[in-house]
Design a protein around this ligand. Structure first.
Ligand code: AHR
Length: 502
């Protein structure tokens, strides 16, 4: 029997809602078909945005959306995506399938989508193939209220009022697709480019995100911070940034082979989950470097790309990165979100990649059909952690399980928060492929009088298809007993459970 101790009175930090953020790139069928079908489509839409997808994302509680990339961001020239659609420039999407990008989804459409979703905005600028002027003008176009060439252009294009940019990324993966730069070179460019990301609205400041490391490239983190924190200029005290990004994808069989999304054995199950758990080490070690420059933790770690990256589904364009999503993805999501919650003092935002039809998506579409993946259900079950306070929790007797020493994981993963309505939100996952886990959940003071349980559990390979869209879905969980300060239950193998307790 594992004992989960919860000290609901010991608050450890604020869980930023943006930790539950999403990413949408001009890649495959993410934007086009997945989100945007155009006003003339037969698929029900509002100003071109799919009604079904927008509705499901709102219900899930999407707090933030990152756009337009990804690798695409460093090849994106924003002026190609404004003005009358018939005259917008067409380009080749060189990164993703070599298809024609007609720029019918641009700046106005992105903000329209975020307005419909009611979420915060994260725009990623172009450092790799763009200029300082281009980036600076884009920010002016989007956020300046007064009289200026770019504000006037925006008004000519039908938008009187400026929009709000919550976060602005200065380049993406500039160690790779964003320009193959060295850390010092990028950091100097970062200092320069970010200078011209002007704050036109003192009451609505834009948070600037510096491009961080790939996986365990601690050298990148160190060198970028050293350069950004070097004088002169008073801003060097903050490294000129509000956040530093980190990208990490789980490839069970490595970058070259990746592995099937739906066909895997027990060993690969544990390998995948142990790779998901590796996020903890990455957050700790990159965080330790950040602590040296920013001991007050003012700069957020921004994990703006994470998730499972498998081999594409047979018969689909390899450049479109379309993959299925099983219960294994659900467990990866649960484990990862618990890690982010528990490190909320440093992790201030994260974006799973990518929202629709690409990598570990929460939604898949086919023509007018839409399905919710197991990962969607996990985000839905975790939504009460958004903007809640993390509280102390600890599992005693958490066995180590797994296929081989190399791929071992704890039997249970958990995180606990208290929200503004006074509910204690507990999320707990059983990572075992075969063994249930009896759990005794003990609160420090609370004697629960109201408990709402939800569970997502199925066979490990289970996934939703357009023929069977509800095979995997979250349902009410009532198999628990309450005695004083203790709730007892058994977490089935391969399950994610959430409790809302008062
Ligand atoms: O999410 C797919 C790609 O992965 C992104 O475009 C890029 O930033 C990363 O390498």
């Amino acid at each position: 029997m594992a004992k989960l101790f919860i000290n609901e009175k010991n608050k450890k930090g604020h869980i930023n809602a943006e930790i539950y953020g999403h990413f949408s790139e001009h890649l495959g069928r993410c934007i086009y078909e997945g989100l945007y079908v155009g006003e003339d489509s037969e698929i029900p839409n509002v100003n071109g945005m799919r009604r079904d997808v927008v509705g499901a994302l709102k219900e899930m509680g999407i707090p933030l959306l990152r756009w337009p990339g990804g690798c695409f961001a460093d090849e994106y020239h924003w002026k190609d995506g404004i003005g009358p659609k018939e005259t917008r420039k067409k380009m080749i999407n060189t990164h993703w399938g070599g298809v024609v990008e007609d720029n019918s989804f641009g700046t106005h459409e992105f903000f329209e989508l975020c307005e419909q979703l009611g979420c915060k905005t994260y725009v990623n600028g172009n450092v790799g193939s763009g200029t300082v002027q281009e980036m600076s003008e884009w920010v002016e176009y989007m956020t300046f209220e007064g009289v200026s060439p770019m504000a006037d252009l925006r008004k000519q294009n039908g938008r009187e009022k400026p929009w709000k940019i919550d976060y602005f990324g200065v380049g993406n993966e500039n160690w790779g697709c964003g320009g193959s730069m060295t850390p010092e070179y990028y950091a100097n460019l970062y200092r320069r480019f970010q200078t011209y990301v002007r704050q036109y609205n003192a009451d609505r400041p834009i948070k600037k995100i510096c491009g961080g490391a790939n996986v365990a490239d601690y050298f990148w983190t160190e060198d970028v911070l050293k350069t950004c924190f070097a004088p002169p200029h008073p801003d060097f005290m903050h490294g000129y940034m509000d956040g530093l990004s980190l990208h990490y994808y789980v490839h069970p069989e490595g970058w070259e082979v990746k592995g099937s999304a739906t066909d895997f054995d027990d060993k690969v199950w544990y390998k995948t989950l142990s790779k998901a758990k590796y996020m903890e080490e990455l957050v700790t070690r990159h965080g330790a470097i950040m602590d040296q420059y920013d001991p007050g933790k003012k700069i957020g770690m921004i994990v703006d790309e994470w998730g499972c990256w498998f081999t594409v589904e047979t018969g689909t364009n390899p450049g479109f990165l379309y993959q299925q999503s099983t219960m294994r993805d659900a467990l990866v999501a649960g484990v990862t979100l618990d890690i982010f919650n528990k490190n909320c003092d440093r992790v201030q935002m994260a974006c799973i990649a990518q929202m629709v039809n690409v990598l570990q998506s929460v939604i898949l579409t086919e023509g007018e059909k839409m399905l919710l993946t197991p990962t969607y259900h996990v985000f839905h079950m975790y939504k009460h952690h958004q903007d809640a306070e993390l509280v102390e929790s600890f599992v005693e007797g958490n066995n180590i399980i797994g296929a081989e020493a190399e791929y071992q994981v704890p039997h249970l993963s958990e995180s606990v928060s208290v929200d503004a309505q006074g509910y204690v939100n507990v999320t707990i996952s059983n990572l075992s492929i075969s063994e249930g886990a009896p759990v005794e959940m003990v609160f420090a003071q609370l004697e629960p009088s109201s408990v709402q349980g939800t569970i997502l559990t199925e066979e490990v390979h289970a996934h939703n298809t357009f023929e069977e869209p509800d095979k995997v879905k979250a349902i009410e969980f009532t198999e628990y007993t309450i005695e004083g300060r203790t709730i007892r239950f058994t977490a089935p193998a391969c399950s994610v459970i959430s409790f809302r307790v008062k």
